[in-house]
Design a protein around this ligand. Sequence first.
Ligand code: SAM
Length: 229
Amino acid sequence: MPEGSAVQRLFAGIASRYDLANRVLSLGLCVGWRDRLVAATQTTRPTKVADLATGSGDVAFALRAALPASTTITGYDFCEPMLALGRRRAAKEKVALEFQPGDCMRLPIADEGCDAVTIAYGVRNFEDRARGLRELRRVTKPGGSVFILEFSKPAAWFAPFHFMHVRLISPILAGLLTGDFAAYRYLGTSIAGFPDAAGLTQELKNAGFSEASHESMLFGTVALHRAKK
Ligand SMILES: C[S@@+](CC[C@H](N)C(=O)[O-])C[C@H]1O[C@@H](n2cnc3c(N)ncnc32)[C@H](O)[C@@H]1O
């Protein structure tokens, strides 16, 4: 698993072009995946949501648009330059969102402090995944849910296309967009080293969640996980 400080540096380096690179590399599909995460969260009618590894707040802004004004939404990340982008956008668009520094290995959130926790493309970067998943459970109220959107292992027939995209096309395209070719080579290796959706579901159960399930998207390339405490 990657070292936390290296992940922090990596995202600080690409922060300003991160959202654009995501849209281009996923051919815009990431918007639909994010909206599935938001729709799933919405069904639980949460009053207090923590969006972890929020980056510049892509998920947090979408949650804000979908949930009632009475719902508190806070984005946490350990990369200041990403948080700064979220704060700037919230001020510009006059959106009620808070962004706070927070490392998923030791979150600045009280036990059972939220009734929904969301995290998109963050778990794959955890330095210690078992510890991070236990931390997600700690901050969730009994009966509350954690929603994880993450890259996964595609079906065998789709794997060569996925491999070519992630290992060859993405580093070049994103390298040209962000100026950082190495950051997007990391994307490929981090996906390869990550469990498949069934594996992550089992890890969520091991972390103590009472229920865990997932739905796969784009032939298994991405998965939306739901875990209930
Ligand atoms: C791929 S970006 C995803 C950002 C956002 N969730 C999105 O969907 O656009 C991953 C983010 O996770 C953050 N991150 C990785 N590990 C973290 C950790 N242990 N604690 C807090 N943030 C973390 C990085 O700083 C980065 O902003």
